[in-house]
Write a protein that binds this ligand. Sequence first.
Ligand SMILES: *[C@@H]1O[C@H](CO)[C@@H](O)[C@H](O)[C@H]1NC(C)=O
Ligand SMILES: *[C@@H]1O[C@H](CO)[C@@H](O)[C@H](O)[C@H]1NC(C)=O
Length: 293
Amino acid sequence: MPTLLFIAALMAASYFIISEAADSKGSFQDNFDIMWSQEHFSTSPDGQIWYLSLDKETGCGFQTKQRYRFGWFSMKLKLVGGDSAGVVTAYYMCTENGAGPTRDELDIEFLGNRTGQPYLIQTNVYKNGTGGREMRHMLWFDPTEDFHSYSVLWNNHQIVFFVDSTPVRVFKNNGEANNFFPNEKPMYLFSSIWNADDWATRGGLEKTDWKKAPFVSSYKDFSVDGCQWEDPYPACVSTTTRNWWDQYSAWHLSDSQKMDYAWVQRNLVIYDYCKDYERFPTLPVECSLSPWD
Ligand SMILES: *[C@@H]1O[C@H](CO)[C@@H](O)[C@H](O)[C@H]1NC(C)=O
Ligand SMILES: *[C@@H]1O[C@H](CO)[C@@H](O)[C@H](O)[C@H]1NC(C)=O
């Protein structure tokens, strides 16, 4: 797909030329702490690939040491293969380590499935403790076979979720104070694997088959090109001159990204809260903002 290659090249170029902000690639220990269950974490002999495992006892999770406000956040993941029904691998950004009542959060959750049945990805956006902004997508490849990159572009104008170089979800700001667009607080990046067979696969009908445990998800190539938060506030103000992810061209999709996004919208969307009139007889305000602007 030439357009995708072109975007990838553009991103790579801007990534290397403009890297005056935090730009971390490196070992697990440089960037992350284990949140729970050290014994369910391991790495490849060279330290470049990281594994989280889930068994009947518990799962495992890690988080960045640093917080960031705005930027480009990316990692390659390879998901639990075979029979992974009930297993959820979460990859998310959040203002805190916990589910506090005023947190902001950007989520990508990979919902496992029975052997040969498709994984779904669920994305969500929380502001000040309120989420409920789910979308669900199919993928156009088997995410258990190879590593693919999953990335978030976050600035004060939009949040875009990418799978490889394809934008799958665009969440816009409206340029006013509002209660839907997280833009004030810095976030950590997290990943974890856990059992969610009460809801994840076919709405909870398919249960985790513990005979298949341990379930393992793999990670590599973490990269951040964003503003690393430093106290005292205010750090990480939005500027339009310094960083590519804050500049005008990152405020909306490029023409070729729009084509890819349109293709995703036509073919891969399973659920969009902005179309769920049963749940929201009056749609939330952010649903009126156009992803094409
Ligand atoms: C955030 O939520 C808390 C608790 O739910 C509420 O008291 C507070 O007013 C909210 N803040 C904003 C800025 O909306
Ligand atoms: C799992 O596979 C079933 C059957 O193909 C499908 O309906 C469902 O959407 C898939 N994903 C999840 C997370 O349930």
